[in-house]
Design a protein around this ligand. Sequence first.
Ligand SMILES: [Fe+2]
Length: 385
Amino acid sequence: MFSAFLPTKIVFGEGSIEKLSSLAKNLGTKALLVTGKKSTKKTGLLDRVIDLLKRVGIESIVYDKIQPNPINDDVDEAAQIAIRERVEFVVGLGGGSAIDSAKAIAITAAMGGKFWEYVPVGGGKKPTKALPVIAIPTTHGTGTEADPFAVITNPRTNEKVGIGYDVIFPKFSIVDPALMTTLPKDQTAYTSMDAFYHSLEAFLNIDANVYSDILAIDSMKRIVANLQTAFDHPDNMYARTNLAWASTEAGITETLTGVIANHAIEHGLSGFNPQLAHGLGLCITGPYLLEYMFDECYERLSTLAREIFNIQEFDVRKSARLFIEKLYEFQENFKLNPKLSTLGFKEEDLEKIAHVAFNTMKGVVTKSPKKLGEEDLLQVIKRAF
Ligand SMILES: [Fe+2]
C-alpha cells in the first residue's frame, strides 16, 4: 500500500524563470526573498528575480544571510522580519539551504514563536499553516523543490534535523536548468550525488513502491549518464537539464518513499562539522553502508547493477557487489571518496556523531532494509574513517 500527495506546481525547463511574474501575481504584494550571501548576487539572479516580481507590483524584502547547512537563528531572524514587514509569501532562491530556510521561515512566520518549537527533537509542535513558498533552485540536488522537507541545524546542540510537513510543500517551483550553469565543479558533483542518494536510499527503503522505483531508477541513470559532461562543460544545457530533472525526480521519490540510514549518518557528520558538504558526506559513507546491509539488500542492488551500470552478471550476489564497486569508482571520478580522518574528524568524536545521527533521524534509520541501531551506525562511520 502507498499513497501519493504531490501538491506542488512544478514549472520545468530552460527559461522557465520568466514564468515567475505570472505565478506570483496572485500571492500578494510583498515577498520575502531568502538567499545566500554571494552567488545569486554575483550571477545577477537576485536582481532578475526582484525585477520579475516588481513587474507585477510585488515588493521584495531580501534576507541574504543564509549559510550552507543553514541554522535556526537565521530562520528566526528572517521570520521576525517577515512578520514585521507583513510579507505574504516567501521565495527561496539558491541551493537547498536557501529553499529549506524559506520553508522553515514560512512556518515560523505563520505560526509564531521560534522555529525549533516545530522540530520533533525540539518543541515537537506540529505546524498547521505556513506562508506560501516559491522555490527557485540553482543547484540540482536537494529535491526540496518537490518535497515537504527542510533541513536546519541547531549550532548549539550540533543537531541537524530534517522536518517534513505537508504545509511546506512549495506552492510553485521553478526549475530552470539555465540557472544552474554557474554551479562550480565541486557543487555540481556534490549536489548531483545528493540526488543520487535520495533515489538510491528510496529504492532500498522498506516502503519502496512501484511509483518511487521508476523515478528512482530513472534519476540515477540520468546522473550517471550526465554528471561527467556537466562537470567538464558547465554550460552544457543537455547535461544540466538532465541533472535538474534527476534532482526533481529524486525529490518526488523521496516524498513518495523516503531516505534511509545514509542520510541519518550524514546529518550526524555535517551537524558536527558544518564544513562538510552534504553530498560529499553521503558519498563517503554510502558504499560502506551498502556493504554493511549487503545480506538484506543484495537483490535490490543487483537490479540496480543492471539498470544503472548495465552490468550483465547473472549471479545475484556478484552483481550486487559489482554495483557497489562501480558506484565507488564513479564517485572516484569526482574525488568523492576521501576518508573522514582527512576532513578534520577525530576518532573520539565518532561515538557522539553516531548517537546524534540515530536520535535525530531515527525515523529514517528504521526504514533501512537491515535493522540498525546506534552501534551499527558507529560501525559504518568507523569504516569510513
Ligand atoms: Fe539529501
